[in-house]
Design a protein around this ligand. Structure first.
Ligand SMILES: Cc1cc2nc3c(=O)[nH]c(=O)nc-3n(C[C@H](O)[C@H](O)[C@H](O)COP(=O)(O)OP(=O)(O)OC[C@H]3O[C@@H](n4cnc5c(N)ncnc54)[C@H](O)[C@@H]3O)c2cc1C
Length: 410
Protein backbone atom coordinates (compact mmCIF):
# COMPACT_ATOMS: atom_id res chain seq x y z
CA UNK A 1 0.00 0.00 0.00
CA UNK A 2 1.72 3.15 -1.16
CA UNK A 3 -0.93 5.61 -2.32
CA UNK A 4 -2.91 6.79 0.68
CA UNK A 5 -5.88 9.16 0.98
CA UNK A 6 -6.50 10.56 4.46
CA UNK A 7 -9.78 12.39 5.00
CA UNK A 8 -9.70 14.80 7.95
CA UNK A 9 -7.53 17.61 9.22
CA UNK A 10 -7.36 16.82 12.95
CA UNK A 11 -4.49 15.41 15.02
CA UNK A 12 -5.13 11.81 13.96
CA UNK A 13 -4.98 12.65 10.23
CA UNK A 14 -1.87 14.85 10.44
CA UNK A 15 0.06 12.44 12.66
CA UNK A 16 -0.62 9.58 10.27
CA UNK A 17 0.31 11.72 7.25
CA UNK A 18 3.71 12.59 8.77
CA UNK A 19 4.54 9.00 9.68
CA UNK A 20 3.49 7.55 6.31
CA UNK A 21 5.45 10.22 4.40
CA UNK A 22 8.51 9.33 6.44
CA UNK A 23 7.96 5.71 5.41
CA UNK A 24 7.91 6.59 1.71
CA UNK A 25 4.14 6.60 0.98
CA UNK A 26 2.40 9.04 -1.36
CA UNK A 27 0.00 10.76 1.01
CA UNK A 28 -2.87 13.10 0.18
CA UNK A 29 -4.67 14.64 3.13
CA UNK A 30 -8.06 16.24 2.49
CA UNK A 31 -9.44 18.53 5.14
CA UNK A 32 -12.42 20.82 5.41
CA UNK A 33 -11.87 24.10 7.24
CA UNK A 34 -12.93 24.10 10.89
CA UNK A 35 -16.60 25.05 11.10
CA UNK A 36 -17.12 25.09 14.86
CA UNK A 37 -17.05 28.63 16.25
CA UNK A 38 -15.53 27.39 19.54
CA UNK A 39 -13.17 24.46 20.02
CA UNK A 40 -12.67 23.03 23.48
CA UNK A 41 -9.01 23.93 23.98
CA UNK A 42 -7.89 20.48 24.95
CA UNK A 43 -5.82 19.38 27.86
CA UNK A 44 -3.13 16.92 26.78
CA UNK A 45 -1.66 14.11 28.88
CA UNK A 46 2.09 13.49 29.39
CA UNK A 47 2.08 10.38 27.24
CA UNK A 48 1.59 12.62 24.18
CA UNK A 49 4.83 14.49 24.80
CA UNK A 50 7.15 11.86 23.27
CA UNK A 51 4.92 11.92 20.18
CA UNK A 52 5.14 15.72 19.88
CA UNK A 53 8.92 15.40 20.18
CA UNK A 54 9.06 12.67 17.56
CA UNK A 55 6.88 14.73 15.21
CA UNK A 56 9.20 17.70 15.74
CA UNK A 57 6.50 20.11 16.99
CA UNK A 58 6.89 20.32 20.76
CA UNK A 59 8.62 23.71 20.90
CA UNK A 60 6.05 25.31 18.59
CA UNK A 61 3.19 23.87 20.67
CA UNK A 62 4.84 25.05 23.91
CA UNK A 63 5.08 28.61 22.53
CA UNK A 64 1.30 29.13 22.37
CA UNK A 65 0.05 26.70 25.03
CA UNK A 66 -0.32 26.63 28.78
CA UNK A 67 2.23 24.41 30.54
CA UNK A 68 0.40 21.68 32.50
CA UNK A 69 2.32 20.31 35.50
CA UNK A 70 -0.52 18.30 37.05
CA UNK A 71 -4.22 17.80 37.57
CA UNK A 72 -6.83 18.15 40.22
CA UNK A 73 -10.09 16.35 40.92
CA UNK A 74 -12.53 17.93 43.34
CA UNK A 75 -15.46 16.11 44.93
CA UNK A 76 -16.47 18.43 47.75
CA UNK A 77 -15.09 21.68 49.06
CA UNK A 78 -12.81 19.66 51.36
CA UNK A 79 -12.03 16.73 49.15
CA UNK A 80 -9.76 17.83 46.37
CA UNK A 81 -7.20 15.38 45.02
CA UNK A 82 -4.50 17.36 43.31
CA UNK A 83 -1.10 16.20 42.21
CA UNK A 84 1.95 17.14 40.21
CA UNK A 85 3.00 14.62 37.60
CA UNK A 86 6.57 15.08 38.88
CA UNK A 87 5.60 13.94 42.39
CA UNK A 88 4.85 10.48 41.17
CA UNK A 89 7.65 8.24 39.96
CA UNK A 90 6.98 7.42 36.36
CA UNK A 91 8.87 6.61 33.20
CA UNK A 92 6.88 9.27 31.34
CA UNK A 93 7.41 13.03 31.04
CA UNK A 94 6.22 14.96 34.08
CA UNK A 95 4.24 17.61 32.19
CA UNK A 96 1.90 18.22 29.29
CA UNK A 97 0.14 21.25 27.77
CA UNK A 98 -3.33 22.77 27.50
CA UNK A 99 -3.54 23.66 23.82
CA UNK A 100 -5.56 26.26 21.92
CA UNK A 101 -6.98 23.80 19.46
CA UNK A 102 -6.96 25.73 16.15
CA UNK A 103 -3.26 26.47 16.61
CA UNK A 104 -2.53 22.86 17.51
CA UNK A 105 -4.33 21.54 14.42
CA UNK A 106 -2.49 24.07 12.23
CA UNK A 107 0.91 23.11 13.69
CA UNK A 108 0.34 19.44 12.93
CA UNK A 109 -1.03 20.11 9.44
CA UNK A 110 2.01 22.25 8.61
CA UNK A 111 4.27 19.48 9.86
CA UNK A 112 2.42 17.04 7.59
CA UNK A 113 2.97 19.35 4.64
CA UNK A 114 6.67 19.70 5.48
CA UNK A 115 6.95 15.92 5.70
CA UNK A 116 5.76 15.70 2.08
CA UNK A 117 1.99 15.19 2.25
CA UNK A 118 -0.16 16.93 -0.35
CA UNK A 119 -2.75 18.92 1.60
CA UNK A 120 -6.01 19.68 -0.18
CA UNK A 121 -8.59 21.89 1.47
CA UNK A 122 -11.70 20.19 0.23
CA UNK A 123 -14.65 18.32 1.66
CA UNK A 124 -14.51 14.79 0.29
CA UNK A 125 -17.69 13.04 -0.82
CA UNK A 126 -17.66 9.28 -0.60
CA UNK A 127 -19.88 6.69 -2.24
CA UNK A 128 -20.46 3.42 -0.43
CA UNK A 129 -20.04 0.11 -2.29
CA UNK A 130 -21.52 -2.17 0.40
CA UNK A 131 -21.33 -5.35 -1.72
CA UNK A 132 -17.58 -4.93 -1.98
CA UNK A 133 -17.21 -3.57 1.57
CA UNK A 134 -15.50 -0.60 -0.07
CA UNK A 135 -15.87 3.13 -0.61
CA UNK A 136 -15.20 5.32 -3.61
CA UNK A 137 -14.06 8.93 -3.65
CA UNK A 138 -15.75 11.64 -5.72
CA UNK A 139 -14.20 12.57 -9.09
CA UNK A 140 -13.11 16.06 -8.02
CA UNK A 141 -11.16 14.74 -5.03
CA UNK A 142 -9.46 12.06 -7.16
CA UNK A 143 -8.62 14.62 -9.80
CA UNK A 144 -7.06 16.96 -7.24
CA UNK A 145 -4.69 14.18 -6.12
CA UNK A 146 -3.60 13.07 -9.61
CA UNK A 147 -0.10 14.56 -9.30
CA UNK A 148 0.66 12.64 -6.11
CA UNK A 149 -0.36 9.04 -6.69
CA UNK A 150 1.13 6.70 -9.24
CA UNK A 151 -2.30 5.16 -9.83
CA UNK A 152 -5.77 6.52 -10.62
CA UNK A 153 -7.11 5.90 -7.14
CA UNK A 154 -5.67 5.35 -3.68
CA UNK A 155 -4.77 1.92 -2.31
CA UNK A 156 -6.24 2.87 1.07
CA UNK A 157 -8.79 5.48 2.21
CA UNK A 158 -8.40 6.53 5.84
CA UNK A 159 -11.47 8.03 7.50
CA UNK A 160 -10.15 10.46 10.13
CA UNK A 161 -13.22 12.70 10.02
CA UNK A 162 -13.73 12.66 13.79
CA UNK A 163 -17.28 12.67 15.04
CA UNK A 164 -18.57 13.16 11.47
CA UNK A 165 -17.83 9.42 11.10
CA UNK A 166 -18.20 9.50 7.34
CA UNK A 167 -17.72 5.81 6.52
CA UNK A 168 -19.66 4.53 9.54
CA UNK A 169 -22.71 6.39 8.35
CA UNK A 170 -22.26 5.53 4.70
CA UNK A 171 -21.92 1.80 5.27
CA UNK A 172 -24.31 1.66 8.24
CA UNK A 173 -21.67 0.23 10.53
CA UNK A 174 -23.21 -0.24 13.98
CA UNK A 175 -21.56 1.42 16.94
CA UNK A 176 -21.84 0.43 20.55
CA UNK A 177 -22.67 3.36 22.80
CA UNK A 178 -21.38 3.56 26.35
CA UNK A 179 -23.63 3.42 29.41
CA UNK A 180 -23.76 7.20 30.00
CA UNK A 181 -26.23 9.35 28.06
CA UNK A 182 -24.68 12.68 28.90
CA UNK A 183 -24.26 15.82 26.89
CA UNK A 184 -21.45 18.35 27.04
CA UNK A 185 -21.93 22.10 27.14
CA UNK A 186 -18.86 24.27 26.89
CA UNK A 187 -17.63 27.78 26.27
CA UNK A 188 -14.63 29.95 27.05
CA UNK A 189 -14.84 32.29 30.02
CA UNK A 190 -12.53 35.11 31.08
CA UNK A 191 -11.46 33.43 34.34
CA UNK A 192 -12.43 30.98 37.10
CA UNK A 193 -10.97 30.07 40.44
CA UNK A 194 -7.96 27.79 39.91
CA UNK A 195 -5.92 25.57 42.21
CA UNK A 196 -2.98 26.03 39.81
CA UNK A 197 -2.86 28.08 36.62
CA UNK A 198 -1.78 25.06 34.54
CA UNK A 199 -3.71 22.16 36.06
CA UNK A 200 -6.63 20.57 34.31
CA UNK A 201 -9.43 20.78 36.90
CA UNK A 202 -12.16 18.19 37.08
CA UNK A 203 -15.08 19.04 39.36
CA UNK A 204 -17.94 16.85 40.47
CA UNK A 205 -21.11 18.90 40.01
CA UNK A 206 -24.59 18.49 41.54
CA UNK A 207 -25.17 16.22 38.54
CA UNK A 208 -22.38 15.17 36.21
CA UNK A 209 -18.98 16.81 36.23
CA UNK A 210 -17.22 19.80 34.77
CA UNK A 211 -13.79 20.80 33.51
CA UNK A 212 -11.73 23.93 33.87
CA UNK A 213 -8.87 24.02 31.39
CA UNK A 214 -6.72 27.15 31.75
CA UNK A 215 -5.59 28.47 28.36
CA UNK A 216 -3.52 31.60 27.72
CA UNK A 217 -5.82 34.54 28.59
CA UNK A 218 -8.98 32.50 29.22
CA UNK A 219 -10.40 29.28 30.64
CA UNK A 220 -12.26 26.53 28.80
CA UNK A 221 -15.18 25.74 31.11
CA UNK A 222 -17.41 22.81 30.25
CA UNK A 223 -19.96 20.52 31.86
CA UNK A 224 -20.81 16.90 31.12
CA UNK A 225 -24.29 16.39 32.52
CA UNK A 226 -27.32 14.15 31.93
CA UNK A 227 -29.29 15.47 28.96
CA UNK A 228 -32.54 15.80 30.95
CA UNK A 229 -30.78 17.81 33.64
CA UNK A 230 -29.49 20.32 31.07
CA UNK A 231 -32.84 20.57 29.35
CA UNK A 232 -34.59 21.44 32.61
CA UNK A 233 -32.35 24.48 32.74
CA UNK A 234 -33.45 25.97 29.41
CA UNK A 235 -34.09 25.30 25.76
CA UNK A 236 -30.97 26.72 24.07
CA UNK A 237 -27.36 25.74 24.89
CA UNK A 238 -26.74 29.30 26.10
CA UNK A 239 -29.73 29.22 28.47
CA UNK A 240 -28.70 25.80 29.76
CA UNK A 241 -25.07 26.80 30.32
CA UNK A 242 -25.78 30.15 31.96
CA UNK A 243 -28.47 28.70 34.21
CA UNK A 244 -26.23 25.85 35.39
CA UNK A 245 -23.51 28.38 36.10
CA UNK A 246 -25.85 30.18 38.47
CA UNK A 247 -27.65 27.22 40.02
CA UNK A 248 -25.09 24.43 40.47
CA UNK A 249 -23.68 24.52 44.01
CA UNK A 250 -20.09 23.90 42.86
CA UNK A 251 -20.09 26.20 39.83
CA UNK A 252 -21.59 28.97 41.95
CA UNK A 253 -18.32 28.99 43.88
CA UNK A 254 -15.58 28.16 41.39
CA UNK A 255 -17.00 30.24 38.56
CA UNK A 256 -18.60 32.93 40.68
CA UNK A 257 -17.30 35.93 38.74
CA UNK A 258 -16.77 34.21 35.39
CA UNK A 259 -17.84 36.06 32.27
CA UNK A 260 -18.64 33.96 29.21
CA UNK A 261 -16.73 35.31 26.20
CA UNK A 262 -17.89 32.88 23.49
CA UNK A 263 -21.08 31.20 22.43
CA UNK A 264 -21.91 27.81 23.95
CA UNK A 265 -21.29 24.54 22.12
CA UNK A 266 -23.30 21.41 22.83
CA UNK A 267 -22.20 17.85 22.02
CA UNK A 268 -24.40 14.80 22.35
CA UNK A 269 -23.28 11.19 22.57
CA UNK A 270 -20.19 10.87 24.61
CA UNK A 271 -19.14 7.27 24.44
CA UNK A 272 -19.13 5.23 21.26
CA UNK A 273 -17.14 2.39 19.72
CA UNK A 274 -17.56 1.31 16.11
CA UNK A 275 -18.13 -2.43 15.66
CA UNK A 276 -15.70 -2.47 12.72
CA UNK A 277 -12.66 -0.38 11.95
CA UNK A 278 -11.61 -1.72 8.57
CA UNK A 279 -12.95 -2.85 5.20
CA UNK A 280 -11.58 -3.74 1.79
CA UNK A 281 -10.11 -0.36 0.92
CA UNK A 282 -10.84 1.70 4.03
CA UNK A 283 -9.90 2.04 7.67
CA UNK A 284 -11.13 4.22 10.55
CA UNK A 285 -8.77 6.37 12.60
CA UNK A 286 -9.18 8.53 15.72
CA UNK A 287 -12.65 9.62 16.83
CA UNK A 288 -14.26 8.20 13.70
CA UNK A 289 -13.48 4.73 15.11
CA UNK A 290 -14.57 5.47 18.66
CA UNK A 291 -14.33 7.89 21.56
CA UNK A 292 -14.70 7.93 25.32
CA UNK A 293 -15.78 10.94 27.28
CA UNK A 294 -12.98 13.32 28.16
CA UNK A 295 -12.88 12.91 31.93
CA UNK A 296 -9.20 11.87 31.81
CA UNK A 297 -8.30 14.01 28.76
CA UNK A 298 -7.61 10.88 26.76
CA UNK A 299 -9.11 11.79 23.34
CA UNK A 300 -6.09 13.33 21.63
CA UNK A 301 -3.84 10.63 23.03
CA UNK A 302 -6.06 7.89 21.63
CA UNK A 303 -6.29 9.69 18.27
CA UNK A 304 -2.53 10.18 17.91
CA UNK A 305 -1.57 6.82 19.34
CA UNK A 306 -3.95 5.16 16.83
CA UNK A 307 -2.14 7.01 14.05
CA UNK A 308 1.18 5.52 15.21
CA UNK A 309 -0.35 2.05 15.25
CA UNK A 310 -1.91 2.44 11.82
CA UNK A 311 1.33 3.76 10.31
CA UNK A 312 3.17 0.77 11.74
CA UNK A 313 0.54 -1.59 10.29
CA UNK A 314 0.74 -0.05 6.81
CA UNK A 315 4.51 0.33 6.65
CA UNK A 316 5.29 -3.13 8.00
CA UNK A 317 2.46 -4.72 6.00
CA UNK A 318 0.86 -6.23 9.07
CA UNK A 319 -2.75 -7.48 8.92
CA UNK A 320 -5.32 -4.70 9.39
CA UNK A 321 -7.15 -7.06 11.77
CA UNK A 322 -4.30 -6.58 14.26
CA UNK A 323 -4.76 -2.82 14.12
CA UNK A 324 -8.51 -3.19 14.62
CA UNK A 325 -8.00 -5.45 17.62
CA UNK A 326 -5.43 -3.17 19.26
CA UNK A 327 -7.54 -0.02 18.88
CA UNK A 328 -10.66 -1.70 20.21
CA UNK A 329 -8.71 -3.01 23.21
CA UNK A 330 -7.31 0.48 23.88
CA UNK A 331 -10.75 2.09 23.73
CA UNK A 332 -12.33 -0.62 25.84
CA UNK A 333 -9.66 -0.14 28.51
CA UNK A 334 -10.47 3.57 28.63
CA UNK A 335 -14.20 2.81 28.88
CA UNK A 336 -13.40 0.64 31.88
CA UNK A 337 -11.20 3.26 33.59
CA UNK A 338 -13.76 5.99 32.97
CA UNK A 339 -16.43 3.71 34.47
CA UNK A 340 -14.42 3.51 37.73
CA UNK A 341 -14.47 7.30 37.89
CA UNK A 342 -18.26 7.45 37.52
CA UNK A 343 -19.04 4.67 40.00
CA UNK A 344 -16.77 6.22 42.64
CA UNK A 345 -14.44 3.22 42.97
CA UNK A 346 -11.37 4.98 41.61
CA UNK A 347 -11.41 7.90 44.01
CA UNK A 348 -12.39 5.69 46.96
CA UNK A 349 -9.33 3.54 46.32
CA UNK A 350 -7.14 6.68 46.21
CA UNK A 351 -8.56 7.86 49.51
CA UNK A 352 -8.03 4.49 51.16
CA UNK A 353 -4.46 4.50 49.76
CA UNK A 354 -3.79 7.88 51.40
CA UNK A 355 -4.74 6.44 54.81
CA UNK A 356 -2.96 3.13 54.21
CA UNK A 357 0.37 4.75 53.32
CA UNK A 358 1.02 5.76 56.95
CA UNK A 359 1.33 2.12 58.15
CA UNK A 360 4.50 -0.05 57.78
CA UNK A 361 3.10 -2.17 54.91
CA UNK A 362 1.75 0.97 53.28
CA UNK A 363 5.16 2.63 53.39
CA UNK A 364 6.53 -0.24 51.35
CA UNK A 365 3.62 -0.74 48.99
CA UNK A 366 2.20 2.71 48.32
CA UNK A 367 5.10 4.14 46.24
CA UNK A 368 4.86 1.13 43.93
CA UNK A 369 1.07 1.41 43.71
CA UNK A 370 1.28 5.16 43.15
CA UNK A 371 3.67 4.67 40.27
CA UNK A 372 1.13 2.52 38.49
CA UNK A 373 -1.84 4.68 39.38
CA UNK A 374 -0.15 7.86 38.18
CA UNK A 375 -0.13 6.20 34.78
CA UNK A 376 -3.89 6.70 34.60
CA UNK A 377 -3.44 10.45 34.68
CA UNK A 378 -0.43 10.44 32.41
CA UNK A 379 -2.36 8.38 29.88
CA UNK A 380 -0.37 5.15 29.98
CA UNK A 381 -2.50 2.85 32.13
CA UNK A 382 -4.75 1.73 29.31
CA UNK A 383 -1.87 0.23 27.36
CA UNK A 384 0.16 -1.21 30.23
CA UNK A 385 -1.29 -4.50 31.39
CA UNK A 386 0.34 -4.49 34.82
CA UNK A 387 -1.02 -1.04 35.67
CA UNK A 388 -4.49 -1.87 34.40
CA UNK A 389 -4.63 -5.17 36.27
CA UNK A 390 -3.43 -3.52 39.46
CA UNK A 391 -6.14 -0.90 39.06
CA UNK A 392 -8.75 -3.65 38.65
CA UNK A 393 -7.59 -5.29 41.88
CA UNK A 394 -7.55 -2.01 43.81
CA UNK A 395 -11.01 -0.88 42.78
CA UNK A 396 -12.43 -4.32 43.51
CA UNK A 397 -10.63 -5.33 46.72
CA UNK A 398 -8.94 -2.16 47.96
CA UNK A 399 -11.87 -0.14 49.24
CA UNK A 400 -11.92 -1.55 52.78
CA UNK A 401 -15.41 -0.77 54.11
CA UNK A 402 -15.79 2.53 52.28
CA UNK A 403 -18.94 2.96 50.19
CA UNK A 404 -17.90 3.94 46.64
CA UNK A 405 -21.22 5.77 46.19
CA UNK A 406 -19.75 8.59 48.25
CA UNK A 407 -17.48 9.54 45.34
CA UNK A 408 -19.78 8.50 42.51
CA UNK A 409 -20.95 10.95 39.88
CA UNK A 410 -24.70 11.28 39.25
C1 LIG B 1 -16.43 18.42 24.58
C2 LIG B 1 -15.14 17.69 24.33
C3 LIG B 1 -14.06 17.88 25.19
C4 LIG B 1 -12.84 17.24 24.94
N1 LIG B 1 -11.77 17.45 25.75
C5 LIG B 1 -10.60 16.83 25.52
C6 LIG B 1 -9.43 17.08 26.30
O1 LIG B 1 -9.44 17.89 27.22
N2 LIG B 1 -8.30 16.40 26.02
C7 LIG B 1 -8.23 15.50 24.98
O2 LIG B 1 -7.17 14.91 24.76
N3 LIG B 1 -9.30 15.26 24.19
C8 LIG B 1 -10.47 15.90 24.43
N4 LIG B 1 -11.55 15.68 23.62
C9 LIG B 1 -11.41 14.70 22.52
C10 LIG B 1 -10.66 15.26 21.31
O3 LIG B 1 -11.16 16.53 20.94
C11 LIG B 1 -10.81 14.29 20.15
O4 LIG B 1 -10.57 12.99 20.62
C12 LIG B 1 -9.85 14.59 19.00
O5 LIG B 1 -10.15 15.83 18.43
C13 LIG B 1 -9.94 13.52 17.93
O6 LIG B 1 -9.11 13.85 16.85
P1 LIG B 1 -9.45 13.35 15.37
O7 LIG B 1 -8.29 13.76 14.53
O8 LIG B 1 -9.84 11.92 15.40
O9 LIG B 1 -10.78 14.13 14.93
P2 LIG B 1 -11.08 15.70 14.81
O10 LIG B 1 -10.14 16.50 15.60
O11 LIG B 1 -12.52 15.86 15.06
O12 LIG B 1 -10.77 16.02 13.28
C14 LIG B 1 -11.63 15.63 12.23
C15 LIG B 1 -11.38 16.53 11.03
O13 LIG B 1 -12.00 15.99 9.88
C16 LIG B 1 -12.49 17.05 9.07
N5 LIG B 1 -13.54 16.50 8.19
C17 LIG B 1 -14.75 16.01 8.57
N6 LIG B 1 -15.42 15.58 7.46
C18 LIG B 1 -14.62 15.80 6.39
C19 LIG B 1 -14.74 15.57 4.98
N7 LIG B 1 -15.84 15.02 4.43
N8 LIG B 1 -13.71 15.93 4.16
C20 LIG B 1 -12.60 16.48 4.68
N9 LIG B 1 -12.43 16.72 6.00
C21 LIG B 1 -13.41 16.39 6.84
C22 LIG B 1 -12.99 18.05 10.11
O14 LIG B 1 -13.09 19.36 9.57
C23 LIG B 1 -11.90 17.96 11.18
O15 LIG B 1 -10.84 18.86 10.91
C24 LIG B 1 -12.74 16.34 23.84
C25 LIG B 1 -13.83 16.15 22.98
C26 LIG B 1 -15.01 16.82 23.21
C27 LIG B 1 -16.16 16.64 22.24
Amino acid sequence: MKNIAIIGGGPAASTLAILLCRGGCNVVMYFSPEQAPVLVGESLVPMIIPMLQDLGVEQEVADYSRYKPGACFSFNANEIFSFLFSDNPSDLPSYAYNVPRKDFNATLRNAAKKAGALLIEQKVELKGLPDEDAVQMDAASLQAAAECWDSAKPDLIVDATGRVRLINKLLNIPAEDGPRKDIALFAHVDQTQLVDKGYVHNDRLDQGWGWRIPLPGKVSLGFVVPAGYAEQAGSTPEEQYDKLLQSDQVLKVIAKDSKRITQVMRFDNYQSLSSRLKGNNWVLLGDSGGFVDPVFSSGMLIAMDSAYQLADTVLKRKPMADYEKAIKAHLEAWFEIVGYYYNGRLMTSFKVGEEFKEGPVGKLMVPWITKHMSRIFSGAAATRKVSLNLLRILVKYGLRDEDPKYFSVK
